[in-house]
Design a protein around this ligand. Structure first.
Ligand code: PLP
Length: 400
């Protein structure tokens, strides 16, 4: 018996989650596994975050919240956009949801008509396309290779726009490539969008604070104020404050769009957990030293992994500018055979062999719309990263 409708059957569960589950299963069977499949900081949030949550519970702040999020939290988000991005939003131009992921879900649910197109530059985060499809839209993937730094150019954008295009999905710093758009690159895209008034922009800025080199972060809305009334900025506390499990994301955009998102929340989850909102408020308004320290830690790890990967013949790797992933081309190794004669035909076979035989869990590039690559999270200890590079090197050496 099948339970799923066509919409649900047409999408897959998050591939990175599925791989993490497979890696955990092997580890539970006693295998020595280094799991670099999931993208989450491997340390605890600042202590004042947990304290604020405990206080909220003890004070009985555990009733239903309002769909848009606590007023004090929204005020803090307004303050964040002002001080960090130089952006002016009113309190009713921001909203809070269960992670950036739910913001994306709500926005497509609220705005897409069946068949509306969403332009998604690839490599892209695994969930964008399926969230669009689940909400009746058509993901239009635009391949952006290393020739353009894995970024969409004005020409490629213009060539992808049709009368059905509703949204352009941007993500800087990018998961999985770590690419960061400059203000000029954003402005070139905005110049194209100025000619297509029906196209709206989502700028997913969840990795804003994870900067690994001296490449600065710029918010799309700061770079392109002329598109303010067509832009939704998506962000959250998951990556900046190591708060992935707290499930708090937020967005800023035109008042009417934010009201539509709030309506989706009011008829689905009601609100984000009020305890989690108290924790997010503490994160955004407390001491920010944690954020810079975390970025420094990730930058150190990116350096370690870059040094080790440079020693492995047959792979190609450009050190990322931001986020916490190593996106590695294994294209030159495809078509080779394992010691037992098994063909490594594609990146999925590569990642599977790497996990099964060498105990290193990665995500194949196909999951990001970029076959020929694997992604390793660098949100792990130096020892694990060194071990991971040794295992990858051992697998590469073993191929015939
Ligand atoms: N956007 C990107 C690019 C991500 O990589 C992730 C998580 O991996 C998210 C959004 C989801 O973030 P959240 O935990 O706020 O739902």
């Amino acid at each position: 018996m099948t339970f799923e409708n066509k919409r649900a059957a047409g999408i897959k569960s998050s591939p990175s989650m599925a791989i993490a589950v497979a890696a955990k299963k092997l580890a539970a069977e006693g295998r020595d596994i280094i799991d670099l499949s999931l993208g989450e900081p491997d340390f605890e949030p600042p202590a004042h975050v947990a304290d604020a949550a405990c206080k909220a519970i003890r004070r009985g702040r555990v009733r239903y919240g309002v769909p848009a999020g606590m007023e004090s939290l929204r005020q803090a988000i307004v303050g964040k956009f002002k001080t960090e991005n130089g952006l002016d939003y009113a309190v009713d131009e921001v909203t809070v949801a269960n992670g950036a992921k739910q913001i994306l879900f709500d926005v497509f649910l609220a705005t897409l008509e069946p068949g509306d197109e969403v332009i998604i530059p690839t490599p892209c985060w695994v969930s964008y396309g399926d969230i669009v499809s689940l909400n009746g839209g058509e993901p239009v993937y635009v391949s952006c290779g290393s020739d353009t730094g894995f970024k969409i150019t004005a020409e490629r954008l213009e060539a992808s726009i049709t009368p059905k295009t509703r949204w352009l999905m941007l993500n800087s710093p990018s998961n999985p490539t770590g690419a960061i758009y400059s203000a000029d690159e954003f402005r070139e895209l905005a110049a194209v969008l100025a000619r297509y008034q029906q196209v709206l922009v989502i700028s997913d800025e969840i990795y804003e604070h994870i900067l690994l080199k001296n490449v600065p972060f710029v918010s799309f809305a700061s770079a392109c104020p002329g598109l303010r009334d067509r832009t939704l900025i998506v962000n959250g506390v998951s990556k900046a404050y190591a708060m992935t499990g707290w499930r708090v994301g937020y967005a800023a955009g035109p008042r009417a769009l934010i009201a539509a998102l709030n309506k989706m929340q009011s008829q689905s989850v009601t609100s984000v957990s009020t305890v989690a909102q108290a924790a997010a408020l503490a994160a955004l308004t407390g001491d920010q030293a944690f954020v810079a320290q975390a970025a420094e830690t990730f930058a150190g790890r990116a350096k370690i992994i870059a040094e080790r990967l440079a020693l492995i013949e047959g792979i190609d790797f450009t050190p990322p500018d931001g986020a916490f992933y190593a996106f590695i081309s294994v294209a030159r190794l495809l078509g080779r055979k394992t010691a037992t004669g098994q063909l490594i035909a594609d990146d999925t076979a590569f990642a599977s062999h790497l996990l099964q035989q060498f105990g290193l869990s990665s995500v194949p590039g196909a999951a990001f719309g970029a076959p020929g690559f694997i992604r390793l999270s660098i949100a792990a200890s130096d020892r694990e990263l060194e071990g991971a590079c040794e295992r990858l090197a051992a697998m590469v050496r073993s191929l015939e």
